[in-house]
Design a binder for this molecule. Structure first.
Ligand SMILES: [Zn+2]
Length: 456
């Protein structure tokens, strides 16, 4: 950014020399102390009668500009009536040189006083006041991706600073700051008025390349300035999308919805964090066939449906951890270990049910063992899967139930155990045989419902 600025200043400087060498004479010759590097702009103002030297023919470029001088310059630039007269302000002498311009600018809603009936004509004009004044006087409404490291939190202030910058009236200091409370010198203000009046003088607004990034932190402080010493003004959460603007060291200015401020770049990345890692557990296996009925062997049904869930969710960009993909025996604690060690955040165990021939229906279990939040999440997950399954299979809704089966109780993860239907019931068994893909899709959609509900 600084290189760009320096290059820009160099170009401006050289352009100024070039233009100066072509200029012959002007009314500006009467004013002695116009800085050479800004002669083009200042002489333009002098020729237009917007800037007038004092009785000694001096411009006094480095003197701080007073509010009455600013009003006068703007009044002349806009061709407002300058006849000295009584003003709306108690502290403006009606016979002073500026009174007419102050009153005209006030009537045109270009300037305001301090709200107590005073104008402060002899007070220094600040850079923020300059921004308000020029934005009003020249109807600068456009805003762009223009930010300074000290951009005020006050939205109105930030907007006018943005407007004068977007218009190319100013581009702040080379260190990337705007310093809104700094007084403005006569030469600085004159340059800005020249740029406002004559668009050929405008400088390139500092447009920052904005990028989309995603938060990779459970809670990220958004601060008023680039550093931990600045006050936190909001929080962003995992996978929140942000638009980044200018960078200061390891800090970057971001916008996300209504939140605007600085965050540490370390917690931003190009893509959302994929934190959906579901463990799918095909119940039983190997030497443990599970139950059976009507020609269905549970371990085979479970594995078949589990593999279909795996495929379905992978197509939905959800990472899937399988506790088994072949006909092998794995202990109950082994299944929990696989899920936890592979970073799964959630666990779903798939089973077929068995009892008397008349027992039928679909049910999903969760456990209230361990943490409250885990139990609440587990119950929600069970509800989502149960609803999807009953709708897809048309089986009897036996509901969401609480139990403490090992795989859903002895685990830190939100976990459920699904009983698809009763293999021992003729009608359920027929459905289980013909609805393996439908079962898998229903479980998958239930899991996706759950992730949506969790908001990740
Ligand atoms: Zn089972």
């Amino acid at each position: 950014m600084k290189n760009k600025l320096i290059a820009l200043l160099l170009i401006m400087f050289m352009a100024t020399i070039f233009i100066m060498s072509e200029e012959e004479t002007s009314a500006a010759d009467n004013v002695k102390d116009v800085p050479k590097q800004y002669a083009t702009e200042i002489n333009f103002l002098i020729d237009k009668g917007i800037v007038v030297g004092n009785e000694h023919g001096e411009f006094m470029p480095e003197k701080n500009l007073t509010r009455e001088e600013a009003a006068t310059m703007i009044g002349r630039a806009l061709g407002l009536k300058g006849t000295p007269r009584v003003t709306a302000f108690s502290d403006v002498n009606p016979t002073s040189f500026a009174s007419g311009f102050i009153q005209s600018a006030y009537e045109n809603e270009i300037i305001q006083g301090y709200g107590d009936g005073t104008f402060g004509p002899k007070r220094n004009m600040t850079r923020l006041e300059m921004a308000y004044l020029l934005s009003q006087a020249f109807d600068l409404e456009e805003t762009g991706n223009v930010y300074y490291e000290d951009m005020p939190a006050n939205k109105e202030h930030a907007e006018v600073i943005n407007q004068v910058s977007t218009a190319g009236i100013t581009n702040g200091y080379v260190d990337g700051s705007f310093k809104m409370n700094n007084p403005i010198t006569r030469v600085e203000f004159s340059l800005m008025v020249a740029r406002a009046v004559n668009t050929e003088f405008r400088v390139e607004a500092i447009e920052f390349q904005s990028e989309k990034k995603f938060v990779n932190a459970t809670a990220l402080n958004v601060r008023q300035g680039p550093g931990t010493n600045y006050q936190s003004i909001g929080l962003l959460y995992m996978n929140d999308e942000v638009t980044t603007y200018n960078k200061y060291g390891n800090w970057v200015y971001v916008k996300s919805g209504n939140i605007v401020g600085y965050v540490s770049q370390s917690y931003l990345q190009d893509k959302p964090v994929n934190n959906k890692i579901i463990a799918i557990d095909a119940g039983h296996g190997g030497s443990d066939p599970g139950a059976s009925g009507n020609g269905i062997i549970e371990k085979e049904l479970n594995l078949d449906v589990a593999k279909r869930v795996q495929k379905y969710l992978q197509d939905e960009n959800v990472e899937v951890v399988m506790t088994r993909t072949t006909d092998t025996f794995i202990s109950l604690s082994g299944r929990v270990d696989i899920a936890v060690n592979k970073g799964a955040d959630t666990f779903v165990s798939i089973h077929g049910n068995a009892a008397t021939a008349s027992a039928n229906g679909t049910e999903t279990f969760y456990s209230t063992a361990a943490l409250d939040q885990r139990a609440l999440d587990s119950k929600a997950l069970a509800g989502f899967i149960q609803d999807r399954l009953v709708a897809a299979l048309g089986t009897r809704d036996r509901g969401v139930k609480m139990d403490n089966f090992h795989v859903i109780a002895k685990t830190p993860l939100p976990s459920v155990l699904v009983e698809l239907g009763f293999m021992t019931n003729e009608l359920d068994a027929a459905i289980l045989k013909t609805h393996k893909q439908a079962s898998a899709k229903a479980i998958s959609l239930g899991i996706l419902d759950y992730y949506d509900w969790k908001g990740r």
